[in-house]
Design a protein around this ligand. Structure first.
Ligand SMILES: Nc1nc2c(c(=O)[nH]1)N[C@H]1C(S)=C(S)[C@@H](COP(=O)(O)OP(=O)(O)OC[C@H]3O[C@@H](n4cnc5c(=O)[nH]c(N)nc54)[C@H](O)[C@@H]3O)O[C@H]1N2
Ligand SMILES: Nc1nc2c(c(=O)[nH]1)N[C@H]1C(S)=C(S)[C@@H](COP(=O)(O)OP(=O)(O)OC[C@H]3O[C@@H](n4cnc5c(=O)[nH]c(N)nc54)[C@H](O)[C@@H]3O)O[C@H]1N2
Ligand code: SF4
Ligand SMILES: [Mo]
Length: 826
């Protein structure tokens, strides 16, 4: 009966499609006599032109170049751009699904204002449509009013995934012209700020690294999810293929707390106790020195050839001649001499012989690279962990070396048509706002070494300390859901006028008083300078594949539109700046003197090719000397002054095992971390402070390949693809070691409760024997209570709700991976 019904339905479908074909003028199927009979071949109706537009995927920070296929105004395919050096014609599975963002049925379709004054998870905002003029006037009126009352600091901009000159790049001037220290507060401290600060502290570059994977022969991966998330994801997967098939094959040791694809694919997988990576790295450094495996040309050597590093024994002052490093003698004598593999075993739980083997391999295979990301840095001791790992790159001479790591070069953009400095009024120059700290207290005595502390904003506003915000505008960030302990934000933002620019109904949008929807990435013109990649400069362009299909605008144009309505010279500045397109045309003018390798030399050719880039990387360390590219080769030797200005931007101009940057903040670090003032500069072992009270299990919430930060949850295909692995629509698998579960009377498939001192969430238990028994794994991005029909209600397991707001005092990075929890049957 069911089969018969299906046949009938199918027949009706074929009949109706024949009718459609006929009305469209197709040569004809005149009748259907049976299902077995195939319709006659018919000529293809002309269906309009297919246009291929160059753009950039927006789902993760990899920034892959894409070819967007549009026919008759509809985007129907997205492929990797073969001319884009990151994508090389390939995409990760998410990239192909980008049209879901464009055609998301839950998108905001135009500006709207809230009519329900009550805010909360269960409150319907009661959004009603308004015009753009009305909306922008409303914002300008608020901002002008605040300024007149001398309270402009109570306006804050927040951003997450900024792209470049045409959006987040506009913030600095806005703050300066309008007069607020809060333009803008970025999400870096909720992202991966720890690795940047560890590099700042050791080699002076506050930045992610670029890597020369093509020529690397050894990779030590510590707490970076290389085959699931590490940036640029699609490209590092391609590089993995290259490294593992080239000759010699790149050997890989992976250190993580759970079985992940990188651990599974590595030559050696080491399970580390969460938060203890610093101890492991110090022991590796110890062995590299005692086994005399360090790079003598980069690091330096003993004056007396017979001297060596012996475990537990100091070396005499002035016995070691340092070349490009600073503080090695003190580091060894005051810290490293006792950091043996046996010492580290007791802390990390990794057997000493594995530490020793890793060290010997790492120290004797050139070039070797140690890389890390949120694993080691997502703890209170994150910066020190990161510094210890990065020190290994210095010991083997990998910084700026072939097959080693460097830093991404900037793009030679042209100047803006106007300069903000010419449009400052007295208030902008020295109004009362100048005495106000940022609402997140970044860069103040509370968080002196940080540049952003977004996670502090909710709590600070709630406490009215340093003040109460009046108005907050959000771009590409959703802290009411992604921040640690987001319930505090829900409470805090009830009395703030919220403007959200997300095209999608995320949690922050549910608290908004005004929705000014950005266009989706396939509809907007936007630049995107490349960050962590191969080092040479590159910037790609998003060219709209279609005109906005609803009444939305590019965020940059929204910002400029608000600016145009500001009173005084600020308004004049924005009228002169005009539009995002004008900004980008002026930026692209910089290519005239610097044509890219693909011939891009102006705005039009940039649009056509979608990317400007220029190889090679400019600097090279070779046998202990630094060179600049001279046009044909690395043949311009650099002076120590040049190295200090361009490469090692530390007080000493060298790689610092004793950090001048940390020493500048010695009193703060002593108070916050209990490290004696005279020792703070040393790369050293610091115990992590785990949150979670009496919890007996560690809890990590990593990213999966089908997740796009916190904003990819409303793509049904993504859900379908990873459903078997991470859980279904209504359940989320909590991955638990079987022994851990059995000890608590939990069976595979049971509903379980995970509890921290903030509360509990539930999930479905799934046995994964590959994880550490003391560590629970719950993928991030579940448990949305908004964000669209497919995202919503896939809970209740949002890991953020049981993640305490605790941060590394140095980098400010939220310690997402440091919480302890309890587990029981629900
Ligand atoms: N697919 C995908 N890719 C992405 C993103 C995305 O959302 N989806 N987001 C991008 C963003 S914003 C970022 S910040 C990057 C993040 O890139 P990563 O930092 O590489 O990603 P995480 O998932 O945070 O993974 C860190 C790894 O650390 C491990 N870990 C946790 N605690 C410890 C520890 O104490 N020690 C060690 N050794 N390991 C530990 C986790 O198990 C995990 O495997 O990814 C980017 N790429
Ligand atoms: N428990 C736990 N929490 C985490 C993490 C974790 O691993 N575990 N990871 C952390 C990390 S690394 C990061 S980077 C943060 C990310 O956290 P956020 O900075 O909050 O970024 P997203 O979650 O990506 O949120 C982006 C917002 O942008 C909106 N959006 C999507 N597309 C567009 C667009 O085209 N234009 C505009 N204007 N808006 C858009 C979305 O609707 C959403 O509201 O989360 C952090 N939170
Ligand atoms: S790696 Fe990131 S940018 Fe590239 S296709 Fe995948 S989601 Fe898009
Ligand atoms: Mo991030």
């Amino acid at each position: 009966m069911k089969l018969f019904q299906t046949l009938l339905d199918r027949r009706r479908f074929l009949q109706s499609s024949a009718v459609v074909g006929a009305t469209a003028g197709a040569v004809g199927v005149t009748g259907l006599t049976g299902l077995a009979q195939a319709p006659q071949a018919r000529a293809q109706t002309p269906r309009g032109e297919t246009v291929v537009t160059k753009s950039i995927c927006a789902q993760c920070p990899a920034r892959c170049g894409i070819d967007v296929y549009t026919t008759d105004g509809r985007v129907h395919a997205i492929y990797g751009d073969t001319g884009n050096p990151i994508a090389n014609g390939k995409l990760c599975p998410k990239g192909h699904l980008g049209s879901y963002f464009l055609y998301d049925p839950d998108r905001f379709k135009g500006p709207m204002k809230r009519t329900n004054p009550e805010k909360g998870r269960d409150e319907d905002p009661g959004f009603v449509p308004i015009s753009w003029d009305e909306a922008l006037d409303m914002v300008a009126e608020r901002l002008n009013g605040l300024r007149e009352r001398g309270e402009s600091h109570r306006f804050a901009h927040f951003y997450g995934r900024g792209w470049g000159a045409s959006d987040a790049g506009l913030y600095g001037d806005f703050g300066k012209l309008y007069g607020t220290p809060n333009s803008a507060i970025g999400h870096a401290s909720m992202c991966a700020e720890g690795s940047k600060r560890a590099k700042r502290a050791t080699d002076g570059n506050d930045s992610y690294n670029s890597y020369d994977y093509r020529n690397t022969n050894y990779l030590l991966i510590m707490g970076a999810s290389f085959l699931e998330a590490f940036r640029p994801y699609n490209n590092v997967m391609q590089m993995w293929g290259h490294m593992r098939s080239k000759s010699p094959k790149t050997r890989v040791t992976c250190v993580d707390v759970r079985m992940n694809p990188t651990m599974a694919a590595a030559d050696r997988a080491l399970y580390i106790k969460p938060g203890t990576d610093g101890a492991f790295a110090l022991a590796v450094a110890h062995v590299i020195l005692t086994e005399a495996l360090w790079d003598k040309e980069f690091v330096g050597d003993f004056y007396q050839a017979s001297r060596r590093f012996v475990s537990g024994e100091s070396i005499p002052e002035d016995s070691f001649e340092e070349n490009w490093v600073h503080g090695l003698t003190e580091w060894w004598n005051q810290e490293l001499k006792d950091r043996t593999p046996e010492w580290a075993e007791a802390i990390t739980s990794i057997p000493a012989r594995h530490i020793r083997q890793t060290a010997i391999e790492f120290g004797s295979t050139r070039p070797a690279v140690a890389l890390f990301e949120r694993g080691p840095t997502g703890h209170t001791n994150g910066t020190y962990n990161g510094m210890a790992i990065h020190a290994l790159n210095a010991l083997v001479g990998s910084l700026f070396a072939k097959g080693g790591l460097g830093y991404q070069m900037g793009v030679p953009y042209g100047d803006l048509p106007v300069s903000a400095d010419d449009y400052l009024d007295d208030y902008a120059r020295d109004g009362a706002w100048k005495d106000q700290p940022r609402i997140d207290m970044a860069g103040t005595e509370r968080w002196p070494m940080t540049s952003h502390m977004m996670q502090e904003t909710g709590p600070n506003h709630l406490a009215g300390d340093p003040y109460k915000l009046d108005t907050a505008m959000f771009f590409y960030t959703n802290p009411i859901w992604t921040a640690p302990d987001p319930k505090v934000w829900e409470e805090a933002f009830k009395d703030v006028f919220i403007i959200d620019t997300s095209p999608f109904p995320g949690e922050t949008a549910m608290y908004a008083d005004l929705i000014l929807p950005d266009s989706t990435y396939l509809e907007r013109l936007q630049d995107s300078p490349t960050y962590p990649f191969e080092g040479w400069p590159m910037t790609a362009l998003r060219v709209p594949a279609v005109e906005p299909i609803y009444d939305t605008r590019h965020f940059g144009d929204i910002l400029i539109g608000i600016g145009k309505r500001l009173n005084g010279p600020a308004g004049e500045y924005y009228r002169a700046l005009d539009s995002v397109e004008n900004v980008l045309r002026h930026r692209a003018a910089g290519f005239a003197d610097n044509p890219g390798d693909n011939g891009v030399n102006d705005f039009e050719s940039w649009k056509e090719k979608g990317v400007w880039y220029k190889k090679p990387y400019h600097w090279r360390l070779d046998r202990g000397r630094f060179y600049e590219w001279g046009g044909l080769d690395y043949d311009l030797q650099m002076s120590p002054e040049e190295v200090k200005a361009k490469l090692f931007k530390t007080p000493s101009g060298k790689f610092e095992f004793k950090s001048g940057f940390l020493e500048e903040h010695a009193a703060y670090i002593e108070t916050e971390m209990g490290i004696p003032r005279e020792r703070v500069g040393l790369i050293q072992w610091v115990e992590p402070q785990h949150s979670g009270g009496d919890g007996d299990l560690y809890f990590v919430t990593p990213k999966t390949p089908l997740h796009a930060e916190g904003r990819g949850a409303n793509v049904p295909h993504n859900i379908a693809i990873h459903q078997p692995i991470v859980g279904g629509r209504d359940t989320v698998y909590l991955e638990v070691h079987p022994r851990t579960a059995q000890e608590r009377g939990i069976r595979n498939g049971d509903r379980v409760r995970i509890t921290s001192d903030l509360g509990s969430i539930e999930a479905e238990c799934r046995f994964v024997a590959g994880h550490r028994p003391d560590t629970l794994v719950l993928p991030f991005e579940f448990g949305h209570w908004a964000q669209g029909r497919w995202a919503k209600g896939r809970g209740p397991g949002h890991s953020g709700e049981i993640t305490a707001n605790v941060s590394d005092p140095i980098s400010g990075l939220a310690s997402y991976y440091t919480g302890k929890v309890r587990l029981e049957r629900a």
